[in-house]
Design a protein around this ligand. Structure first.
Ligand SMILES: [Zn+2]
Length: 203
């Protein structure tokens, strides 16, 4: 069992603000959501630790940089999709990889210019367990937005704040500084509390 947790309306509102503007300040978010700055800061820390907010980054347009985005649809040997996907994920030019069921991998890659498309395809075709690879050069992209759909009812599965692994069964919940922290086992709990207290003493 992987325990699930609902996000409340404050979390959802914070996510909406940040997805609209990743540079929004805590103060701006607090005003928009109607909560205090410390609340935003605490909620964001939890959203980051849950792996929901993965980072804050500039949304750079590859087409404005005259780069060439390519979509790859790769057929692999039946049991090898995961392995091929991992191999692809190691490459810098591959920007996103998804494993589909039964031997299919879909990947988005970006190459610096059109001439390098062939080189990429040869490389992919040469990978072990790749059976076939179709590709589509994205001539014109009409929509390209971050994938998470922020709706009013969102849930997440808990991950351990220390080891970042999935929590199986009942999570260990500890309350510090007015918010909940989730751990998978007592050794993670001990390490986490140690780290947390050290960080607080330093701050
Ligand atoms: Zn853990």
């Amino acid at each position: 069992m992987h325990p699930e947790m609902d996000l409340d309306s404050t979390d959802v509102a914070i996510l909406r603000c940040l997805q609209a503007d990743g540079r929004a300040s805590m103060r701006t978010i607090a005003k928009k959501v109607g909560v205090s700055v410390p609340t935003v800061s605490a909620r964001l820390a939890t959203l980051e630790q849950l792996g929901i907010v993965r980072g804050y980054t500039a949304f750079i347009d590859p087409e404005r940089l005259n780069e060439t985005p390519v979509t790859l649809v790769i057929k692999t040997k039946l049991q090898s999709a995961e392995k091929v996907a991992k191999e692809l994920a190691r490459r810098e030019r591959v920007r996103r990889v998804s494993v589909a069921h039964s031997g299919w991998v879909v990947a988005d890659a970006t190459v610096p210019n059109r001439e390098e498309v062939d080189q990429l395809l040869e490389e992919v075709a040469g990978l072990e367990d790749v059976v076939d690879c179709q590709h589509y050069v994205n001539v014109r992209t009409l929509k390209d937005v971050p994938r998470a759909l922020v709706t009013d009812s969102l849930t997440t599965t808990l991950i351990c704040f220390q080891c970042k692994g999935p929590i199986k069964g009942e999570p260990i919940k500890i309350r510090m500084d007015g918010r909940d922290h989730y751990l998978c086992c007592h050794s993670c709990e001990r390490l986490y509390v140690e780290k947390y207290e050290k960080m607080k003493a330093g701050a």
